[in-house]
Design a protein around this ligand. Structure first.
Ligand SMILES: [Zn+2]
Ligand SMILES: [Zn+2]
Length: 304
């Protein structure tokens, strides 16, 4: 009697283990099977899109990404000073009044130049910036002016983004992965975030280059993501092979200006993405790109 009970227990345990293995297999299968789907972006889509949407705003040469889920809004970067007009216009068109958080990835003008305009146009509840040693900051620092503008316009101070911390603003939630230390290059001081939504993930890397990517790889953090914004506007100095394989995106977005003088995106980066069969969208040729993450999969619209 005792033996048969033990046998039943063993059978149940084996069954449970196999079920778990199958379940894991299915999840993996689903993740790899469905490729990103293009969708029509109607005039009314705006903030009515399902799941978490990421709007890669066409700001010319620069970066600006609006994250939206369930009415919560986070803006990552705001382009150059001129690009700031495009950001304000786009957000106004969507009916945005308040931003739950603005992330300033790093103090370069093509990322924070438009921020003062954003602070003037919208209510901003929180600001995240990287902690940079004083000796690494440019002396005529537009950065300090921008940080001052936050206080002036919004009465709130910027907080330093801490690696490993999870920041949650309503339905928009992300982990700060980097910077993990001080670098001489300001690009490598970029705040890198992994936005998580219902089992899906999107990684925004600012202008992080191979050095910062390598430190993220060494940190053992979860790097996998369905969608990757390639670092530094598709420069060959970012999106290293090892990093790209660890992230394993199905969709990549490159934010850069049409006919920019740097030659972004570099052909080396495009080749790496193409070789891996990763759908690649570009703000210079596709205009504003909107990507939606839902439990069901990834979809995108261009020219929004
Ligand atoms: Zn940049
Ligand atoms: Zn930069």
């Amino acid at each position: 009697m005792k033996n048969s009970r033990q046998n039943i227990l063993v059978v149940i345990v084996i069954l449970l283990i196999s079920l778990a293995a199958v379940a894991v297999g299915i999840v993996k299968y689903e993740k790899n099977a469905s490729s990103p789907k293009p969708i029509e972006y109607g005039e009314s889509a705006g903030l009515g899109l399902p799941g978490l949407s990421a709007h890669f705003i066409d700001v010319g040469q620069g970066d600006s990404v609006l994250l939206h889920a369930g009415g919560s809004l986070v803006l990552v970067d705001a382009g150059t000073r001129d690009g700031g007009d495009a950001v304000v216009e786009y957000l106004t068109k969507l009916g945005v009044k308040t931003l739950d958080c603005v992330v300033a990835t790093h103090p370069h003008s093509d990322h924070i130049g438009g921020m003062r305009k954003v602070f003037k146009a919208f209510r901003v509840k929180a600001v995240l910036a990287p902690e940079i040693d004083e000796e690494n900051l440019p002396t005529t620092s537009a950065y300090e002016k921008i940080l001052g503008a936050i206080e002036e316009e919004q009465g709130c101070k910027a907080s330093y983004a801490l690696p490993g911390e999870v920041y949650t603003y309503g339905d928009v939630s992300f982990t700060v992965l980097a910077p993990l230390k001080q670098y001489d290059s300001l690009n490598n001081m970029s705040i890198v975030i992994r936005v998580e939504y219902e089992g899906r993930a999107l990684m925004l890397t600012g202008d992080a280059e191979a050095e910062e990517e390598n430190d993220m790889l060494d940190s053992g953090s979860e790097l996998s993501a369905d969608v990757l914004k390639c670092g530094h506007h598709g420069s060959f100095t970012s999106t290293s092979d090892r990093f790209l394989d660890a992230v394993g995106p199905r969709l990549a977005v490159i934010s850069c200006g049409a006919d920019n003088s740097y030659g972004y995106p570099h052909k080396e980066t495009l080749k790496k993405l193409d070789k891996r069969g990763i759908t690649t969208l570009r703000t210079d040729t596709d205009g504003t790109v909107v990507v939606c993450l839902t439990r069901e999969g990834i979809s995108y619209a261009i020219g929004a």
